[in-house]
Design a protein around this ligand. Sequence first.
Ligand SMILES: [Zn+2]
Length: 237
Amino acid sequence: MNKTIFSAMMLVAVTGNAMTITGDYIVYECPYCGAKAHEAELGSYNTFGATFWSDFFRIAPMAPSQDVVSRCWKCKKAFCKWSAKSTTVSREFITSNRMDNPYITWTGDYLAVKEVLVAEMRKADPDDELDLRMRLLWAANHKDRKAFVEQRSDKKITEKEVPAAERRENLQRLSSMTNMPPMLKVEILREMGNFKEAKAVLTAFKKAHPEEYKECEKKFKKLEAQIEAKNSKVFVW
Ligand SMILES: [Zn+2]
């Protein structure tokens, strides 16, 4: 389930295509106290009014949050949704059973749920690891999108800053992973300040896959401009 969701998110990030919600809900059970919470199942989602960043992070007001780690509304403990017991139910079920908590929630503070993410990463396969590491990268990059977010919406980024060494280590591991879209690979190298390598990967991709490059040409060009400017900070597409 998670992999499909992440691939879908990747696709949206790269192509900007809008998607839709399935109409079903996933009910999660807290592994500590058994309290249930639910969220809309992400077959796809509405990206109306969404903002996309170069690290594939997005804020989409019409889309469910889809955080991997949730904090139980009842016992307040954090747990990974992938490892929690879950069932898919219809919208009618949610309405007729009057679910205690409308939506599964997370404060979005990476440092507060770090242990859960690290434990999950240990048992993850490469695709799941990529997914989890992307969450860490997003959290680490929030400091650079804070002003933008707070200026344009009522949302606040309350996340504590991820230590630079931790961000660096994560980027290094990400740069050695092969299971990601080329655009993300270029972005990771750029964020590491490896501008030469980032440019080389971009150029090689353009040469080897001209059609795919053409499809996302605007984004690739923006990325290239940032590489040329030797800017390693995250930016809005
Ligand atoms: Zn609980």
